[in-house]
Ligand binder design. Structure first.
Ligand code: FES
Ligand code: FES
Length: 156
């Protein structure tokens, strides 16, 4: 069965027609061509598909597109504004927190949700916020440093 959904994605109102079992990650990546959001495990274990739904970090592989009806979605493509990278993106680049980059969009979105709640988080809060985001490359240290550096600076 198909449903028409209306949602806001990165500030733009969007309507779409989706089947009941269509996952949000597929709707974003395939229908909207927002391929910044990655799929890793597809089971809620790796965090690569993390996006913000009404300001809350969620695994978009576990959310149905119909469940996002009426919601406000932010993906990694919506982080930069007016040609300016988000402070988190700048710090990830500056601190060398990106290696293969596969985990990066999900990490950024989990960090974004954290900084919205706690603009100057502690290291413990940062580690807790990204506990569901797996990174096979960096050992997490530089990622944590980048999020701490972005904390308290500019919009979050
Ligand atoms: S792809 Fe969604 S949590 Fe791994
Ligand atoms: S940078 Fe490769 S998985 Fe994190």
């Amino acid at each position: 069965m198909e449903h028409v959904i209306h949602l806001t994605v990165n500030g733009t109102p969007i309507s779409g027609r989706v089947r009941s079992d269509r996952r949000l990650v597929d709707f974003l990546r395939e229908d909207l061509e927002l391929t910044g959001t990655k799929e890793g495990c597809g089971e809620g274990e790796c965090g690569a598909c993390t996006i913000l739904m009404n300001g809350v970090a969620v695994n978009s592989c576990l959310v149905l597109a119909v469940e996002a009806d009426g919601s406000e979605i932010l993906t990694v493509e919506g982080l930069a504004r007016g040609g300016e990278l988000d402070p988190l993106q700048k710090e990830f680049a500056e601190k060398g927190a990106v290696q293969c980059g596969y985990c990066t969009p999900g990490m950024l979105m989990s960090a974004k949700a954290l900084l919205s709640r706690h603009p100057s988080p502690t290291e413990e809060q940062v580690r807790e916020a990204i506990a569901g985001n797996l990174c096979r490359c960096t050992g997490y240290k530089k990622i944590v440093e980048a999020i701490l550096a972005a904390g308290g600076r500019g919009r979050a």
